[in-house]
Write a protein that binds this ligand. Structure first.
Ligand code: SF4
Ligand code: SF4
Length: 346
């Protein structure tokens, strides 16, 4: 379904979505991020890249999995805490982040269907906004095989034209959200489609961060597992984990029991994000750590995204959003790492 919405009608459309929570990009605490708005007048799509991707909405940083309680001498009582959110719509999803959701879907469904993730994921409608210009100089979606107007993972994609949005809906959930807007939408005409195609073609030409030989990266990375290259590239890393915590595809987590009372025993099992960039991530209880240094940890991050995930699932696990490049406090750059590996000769 392809429709036109006047820019001036966006807030009126959002006002009709009161059966859903509506997330919009908002500037909060010095960053753009997704927040639930309680007034459609706050709806707007003039924003830069959000600090977090919508991954956080379906896979929060901290999540209770179950509660436990045991009276002295009694049997333990365990209550699973599967989330049950209201249906929600996320506006302003960039194509790189929507593609990130499709990769996280693989992780949380291929070997084990994660009920916590899917309880949220299935309630969401993801409304994209094409990037007519890259919102940040670190964007490289085109270099990872994506596009600033890619549709993977979206229910609806909006593209800004002169005074309107071109609105394509792909899924039943997406079509329903457009239908809720009723007469605010008009049919897309041939001239609108022409304008859309021009805008999309132009958007492909703006990014300047190429990855050389993406197709050859898995084999090359495999060959250089023990190369000193990783020492050279990783020396400056301070193991802060920002690169992975902001990544739309990183998904590792740890689980801990948080005990609130010992008599009677009461508490919660909680999962929280974890990262392969932390020194103790792979620490064994014996004290042995198979990734004991910066080199092995950076290698893990780069190889997971450009070799292992590709070998396992046929797709690279990086969508080119550029957050890890923009926010690394010491300037470690995954594009430079992959290009350096591709050019490396021992
Ligand atoms: S990498 Fe940048 S230009 Fe590409 S989809 Fe993401 S935000 Fe848009
Ligand atoms: S953001 Fe930079 S310094 Fe921090 S863990 Fe990642 S590579 Fe290391």
């Amino acid at each position: 379904m392809e429709k036109i919405l006047k820019k001036a009608s966006l807030q009126e459309w959002v006002a009709k979505l009161d059966s859903h929570d509506v997330y919009m990009p908002a500037f909060v605490d010095d960053n753009w991020n997704y927040v639930v708005i309680d007034d459609a007048k706050a709806a707007g799509l003039d924003f830069a890249k959000t600090i977090h991707s919508p991954k956080n909405i379906v896979f929060p940083q901290r999540e209770v999995m179950f509660t436990f309680e045991q009276e002295k001498g009694g049997a333990p009582v365990i209550a699973q805490t599967i989330p049950d959110p209201r249906p929600f719509v996320v506006f302003g999803v960039r194509s790189c982040d929507a593609k990130g959701l499709t990769l996280t879907d693989i992780v949380f469904s291929k070997e084990y269907e994660d009920p916590y993730y899917w309880a949220r994921r299935n309630k969401g409608v993801f409304v994209g906004l094409s990037c007519n210009e890259p919102p940040d100089r670190t964007c490289f979606c085109v270099s990872t095989g994506g596009s600033p107007h890619g549709e993977d993972g979206l229910d609806i994609q909006m593209t800004e034209l002169a005074d309107s949005y071109y609105v394509k809906s792909f899924t039943d959930k997406g079509k329903r959200i457009v239908e809720l807007g009723g007469s605010l939408f008009s049919a897309a005409a041939a001239k609108d489609k022409n304008e859309l195609e021009k805008v999309h073609a132009a958007s492909m030409t703006h990014q300047q961060r190429p990855i050389n030989n993406l197709a050859g990266a898995p084999a090359k990375l495999k060959d250089m597992f023990t190369a000193p290259f990783w020492d050279e590239k990783s020396k400056a890393c301070i193991q802060c984990g920002i690169c992975t915590f902001l990544c739309p595809t990183c998904h590792c987590f740890d689980m801990n029991d948080e005990v609130s009372s010992s008599a009677p025993l009461k508490g919660e099992r909680v999962r929280t994000w974890d990262t392969c960039q932390f020194p103790d991530f792979t620490m064994h209880s014996s004290g042995h750590n198979p990734r004991p240094d910066n080199a092995s940890r950076l290698r893990q991050r780069v190889c997971h995204k450009f070799q292992y995930f590709f070998e396992n699932h046929g797709v690279h696990q990086c969508t080119g959003c550029g957050r890890c490049v923009a926010k690394c406090p010491v300037g470690i750059d995954i594009v430079a790492a992959v290009n350096g590996a591709n050019d490396y000769a021992e």
